[in-house]
Write a protein of this length. Structure first.
Length: 109
């Protein structure tokens, strides 16, 4: 069972292509800002940008990290990401098996 205050989270980041996804994943893992990064295959994103409806193919990164590392993770992504405003969303992990939670914390701190 996870403590009341979230200590780990899953961050979502979208990227324009697999090359960018791999580059970000490797940087996050090398800096220990993440324990694990899953790269999901490209899907279609539709969104409003500067007053227009846009559509693009994007891959999604699911990043498991310690909540205490989110600010560093966000800074690293913003520095390496090609988008003017990259999506960086952190969702606290409310429930997790203890061994998995400890692994995330051990590998991202």
């Amino acid at each position: 069972m996870v403590p009341a205050e979230p200590v780990a989270l899953v961050a979502f980041v979208t990227v324009p292509d697999e090359q960018t996804a791999v580059k970000l994943a490797e940087a996050l893992l090398q800096q220990r800002a993440a324990a694990c990064v899953q790269i999901l295959p490209a899907g279609r994103s539709m969104y409003r940008w500067k007053g227009k409806i846009e559509s693009a193919s994007e891959s999604t990164l699911l990043i498991k990290t310690a909540a205490s590392r989110f600010a560093e993770l966000e800074q690293l992504i913003r520095r390496l990401h090609p988008y003017e405003v990259p999506e960086v969303i952190g969702i606290p992990i409310a429930e997790a098996s203890a061994p998995y939670l400890h692994w995330i914390l051990d590998e991202s701190q």
